[in-house]
Design a protein around this ligand. Structure first.
Ligand code: HSE
Length: 432
């Protein structure tokens, strides 16, 4: 090994939860490996968290302590501010802005913050010649940002898809495997500590939507547009839907899809049916998967852990090592000032839809539904009426390709017919 001749890279770590502790452990345990790989020592100068005295299972005695992350970000002995606190605004944003104002590089795992403020932060950083890196913000341990910005840099990216919330994938696959209802599996996920402090971030699709908006920006060279992501959570998925989808040869996944179309940038994070035998269909538990399609490479499938101490710390260390090596990359892969404003597509690409309706079981009910579909230009491909009770008839319809807004229009019309027992479930069938 050659002795490093350049000064150590000095880290200030704000946030000592699961990920922060994971980063501290790797920096301590792999000091010599990191120095070999980057050509310089990587050291921790100072740390910050809410509770100083908490036992975190790792010694912090060699590091200066700051109660205030902003003070940590401003320290003279910190070169890289590592933000692992989370939160869309508040202390995380204040501290990152303080670090950038002092000319420091930033590594963060904060998808919510970047989805909302990424463009402004990138402009600030790049104007001063600093970098913001965020591999850990998207799909945990999967090096998807590195893949897009480096390995696939010679491609026009045509589509990015993925399962990027492990909690939702855990809930859906557990419902499927154990035949348990959503509420019961949600309670299990809560007991296992899988859910975010605000569970709606997970099951409402918001966390995964944040991640998709960041990948879209990198893939298509556009300004982050989280508000342009069509979002739908998994809360209304029933075990019945999962079984019916299975019967048709599909699995239900909370799937993110981003593609640039002639109609604008299409970004969706919605529960979809995907072929059961596809890599996405076979994905189990908390694992994440990102599928990237490019004009030259065709298709790349990345699979790995989407959360947890080791995987997320691994992604943070990848960014730190790049900075230690002197590798400077624009935040979203091209200079922030050159990112295009992408108009959100007003209508999505056509696809077949799965409809699960519950009808009042009386003469003419089905005819009214068929009329509502027909009047919205929707053609039925397959239909099945199963296990009806004395008063209600569950009806499953697979449509030919249609638009989401046509489906929504037909559902509005159905709800006015007086024959719907409950609001229907409508899920896109995605070609993957
Ligand atoms: N809650 C996320 C998940 C991990 O379940 O994948 C952090 O984004």
């Amino acid at each position: 090994m050659t002795t490093p001749t350049i000064p150590p890279l000095r880290l200030g770590i704000a946030g000592l939860g699961t990920v922060g502790v994971g980063v501290v452990k790797i920096v301590r345990q792999k000091a010599s490996l990191l120095a070999q790989r980057t050509g310089r020592a990587v050291v921790i100068s100072a740390v910050s968290a809410r509770a100083r005295d908490k036992d975190r299972g790792v010694s912090l005695s060699n590091y200066a302590w700051e109660d205030d992350p902003v003070a940590l970000a401003k320290r003279d002995d910190v070169d890289v501010f590592v933000e692992l606190m989370g939160g869309e605004d508040g202390p995380a944003k204040d501290a990152i802005e303080a670090a950038l104002a002092c000319g420091k590089d930033v590594v963060t795992a904060n998808k919510a913050l970047l989805a909302h403020h990424g463009q402004a932060l990138a402009e600030t950083a790049e104007a001063a010649g600093n970098v913001i890196r965020f591999e850990a913000a998207v799909a945990g341990g999967i090096p998807v940002i590195k893949s897009l910005t480096e390995g696939l840099a010679g491609n026009d990216i045509t589509r990015v898809m993925g399962v990027m919330n492990g909690t939702c994938n855990y809930i859906l696959t557990r419902m499927q495997d154990a035949g348990l209802p959503y509420d019961e599996v949600f309670a299990e996920a809560d007991a296992l500590g899988y859910l975010e402090a605000d569970p709606n971030l997970d099951v409402g699709g918001i966390d995964a939507g944040h991640k998709l908006s960041l990948l879209s920006s990198i893939a298509f060279g556009t300004k982050v547009n989280f508000d342009g992501v069509e979002l739908e959570g998994i809360q209304r998925i029933t075990i019945e839907d999962i079984r019916q989808a299975e019967d048709l040869g599909y699995k239900i996944k909370l799937l993110g899809v981003a593609q640039m179309t002639g109609r604008g940038l299409e970004q969706r994070m919605t529960p979809c049916l995907v072929p059961a035998d596809s890599p996405l269909g076979q994905l189990k538990g908390g694992t994440n998967m990102v599928v990237i399609e490019g004009d030259a490479v065709e298709q790349v499938v990345l699979r790995g852990p989407g959360a947890g101490e080791g995987p997320t710390a691994s992604a943070v260390l990848g960014d730190i090592c790049d900075i230690a090596r002197g590798f400077r990359l624009s935040t979203f892969g091209v200079p922030a000032g050159e990112l295009k404003q992408a108009a959100a597509a007003q209508s999505n690409s056509p696809a077949p839809f799965y409809l699960h309706l519950s009808l009042e079981d009386r003469p003419g009910a089905l005819a009214k539904i068929a009329t509502a579909l027909g009047e919205h230009g929707i053609s039925i491909d397959r239909m099945r009426q199963t296990r009806h009770s004395d008063t209600q008839a569950p009806v499953l319809i697979v449509t030919h390709k249609t638009q989401r807004n046509a489906v929504d229009g037909a559902i509005d019309a159905m709800m006015k017919t007086g024959v719907m027992a409950t609001a229907p479930v409508a899920l896109r069938i995605e070609t993957v």
